[in-house]
Design a binder for this molecule. Structure first.
Ligand code: ADP
Ligand code: MG
Length: 459
């Protein structure tokens, strides 16, 4: 039985403690940081590989690579020196290079502060939960949590729109955990685009419920269905899954949708991008009329609006989208200028500040090949893509999370929704297909209160 398919008591020991133990002050949301305040230095020294604390956003740090040293040349100060047209992804969208450059995001965007009006104790949560939140090192709610939790507690349908890395998971988990503590017979279905995201949400759930008896199960594809069927025969407070497997289980009549009280659609925009629209409609239309629906997305496309109009009742809409890209992410390009891209990457990876690097490649094959080349060149790298089994993907992710490898190379699909704190850099080895993909890729760094850099290889 695999870990993810087993029915887990949420108060059992689990991996997330490792992830969360870094918590402390570094993981607290500080709204002053959003205003471009003092806390803008990188925190990449955790692993000891970083070259010290002075690595704030300065393009000059890389500037020395330009000028014929054989190293990749970089743009400066947000300008596009050659007026290059930019890159074209597979879908043909041409993304101007300027869109990959914003070396001083806080200054450029002037990041307005979103005031947070509640403390966690204002929500009236049960004591066990308040203590668990405290134990996680969450000092105060993030803006989306601040604004949406009161609506969820009242049982109102909600649409939550916020950038990646702003704490949407806890925004729905905390009030729903509280409801279970108050009223045991609750079942929530959380539907997410990827297996990794399902695991992460389960980990986050467990991190809040170590001392609370809450049962959850993860139902995702790529793992044997039987253990999931077995676990669904018992009561689960939370069922977390991906659309394909959820529908399989519904069709096998082990998952009875109209018995579920609450549905959370997390990363709804990614589910749409990945072609799950019919699955989402199927699931929603088989649920009870009296269900409670929570809908989270980073963007609001017309498809999403249509879905929301069909399935949500008088929702409270909470939008704390400031800019589509977090001001914690400095972006720049790396000009390849005829050199071998792999060599350029290897050179970059020698920089001490590139201590935890997520590299995006376009194809599964390309990702595998790049991983082999890096390993041969003495770089510790792992890869994840859709052809790998759930177990292989989880192992690679765990090794990256726990700093056993410096580099994780991924395709877009495999990387969706990954929340690994303290990724120092995202590198677009291949240009993404669309600007939307670009935003999602680079959103893997600069999460929560952390800062990150995104580098895109261009011709
Ligand atoms: P999103 O779903 O919006 O992309 P996540 O829910 O994955 O973001 O949260 C990003 C990170 O921020 C996670 O590591 C999470 O534990 C952390 N986090 C969430 N809420 C808070 C908070 N109130 N204080 C400190 N850290 C938080
Ligand atoms: Mg999320």
């Amino acid at each position: 039985m695999t870990q993810t398919s087993s029915r887990t008591r949420s108060n059992s020991k689990n991996n997330s403690s490792k992830r969360n133990s870094r918590g402390g002050s570094g993981s607290s949301f500080k709204s002053s940081r959003r205003s471009g305040g003092s806390g803008s230095s990188f925190k990449s020294s955790k692993s000891g590989r970083s070259g010290g604390s002075g690595s704030s956003f300065k393009s000059s740090k890389f500037g020395r690579r330009s000028g014929g040293s054989g190293r990749p040349s970089r743009s400066r100060n947000g300008r596009n020196p050659s007026g290059n047209r930019g890159g074209r992804g597979r879908s043909g969208e041409r993304i101007p290079i300027d869109k990959f450059i914003n070396t001083n995001p806080k200054a450029a965007q002037g990041a307005p502060v979103i005031e947070v009006t509640h403390t966690f104790s204002d929500f009236g949560f049960e004591l066990d939960l308040v203590q668990a939140i405290d134990g996680r090192g969450f000092v105060k709610p993030s803006p989306i949590q601040d604004q949406i939790i009161p609506h969820i507690l009242k049982g109102r349908d909600v649409i939550g729109l916020a950038n990646t890395g702003t704490g949407k998971t806890a925004a729905f988990l905390l009030p729903l955990i509280n409801r279970v503590i108050e009223k045991k017979a609750q079942t929530t279905l959380i539907m997410v685009p990827t297996r990794e995201l399902a695991d992460q949400i389960n980990d986050e759930l467990k991190s809040f419920t170590r001392r609370i008896k809450i049962f959850s199960t993860v139902c995702v594809g790529g793992t044997p269905i039987r253990p999931q069927i077995r676990s669904l025969r018992q009561h689960n407070h939370f069922i977390i899954g991906t659309p394909g497997r959820i529908i399989d289980l519904v069709k096998q009549k082990v998952l009875i949708l109209n018995k579920i009280n609450t549905i959370v659609l997390d990363e709804a925009d990614r589910m749409l991008d990945m072609g799950f629209i019919n699955d989402m409609r199927y699931v929603m239309s088989h649920m009870s009329e009296s269900r409670h629906t929570l809908f989270f997305s980073a963007t609001m496309s017309n498809d999403i609006k249509a879905l929301v109009n069909d399935f949500l009742r008088d929702p409270a809409i909470v939008s704390v989208v400031q800019t589509r890209i977090s001001t914690n992410i400095a972006q720049d390009v790396v000009r390849i200028a005829g050199r071998d891209k792999v060599d350029v990457l290897k050179d970059l990876l020698k920089e001490p500040e590139l201590c935890k690097v997520l590299v995006f490649g376009r194809t599964k094959h390309g990702v595998d090949k790049l991983c082999q080349k890096l390993n041969k060149g003495g770089v510790n790298a792992e890869s994840i893509h859709g052809n790998k089994s759930h177990f292989q993907r989880k192992r690679s992710l765990d090794r990256f999370k726990s700093d056993r490898v410096q580099v994780l190379i991924a395709t877009d699909v495999a990387a969706r929704g990954i929340d690994i704190s303290e990724i120092s850099h995202v590198i677009n080895f291949d240009i993404p297909d669309t600007y939307n993909d670009y935003i999602h890729r680079i959103g893997r760094t600069g999460r929560g209160a952390h800062e990150g850099k995104a580098l895109t290889f261009v011709g």
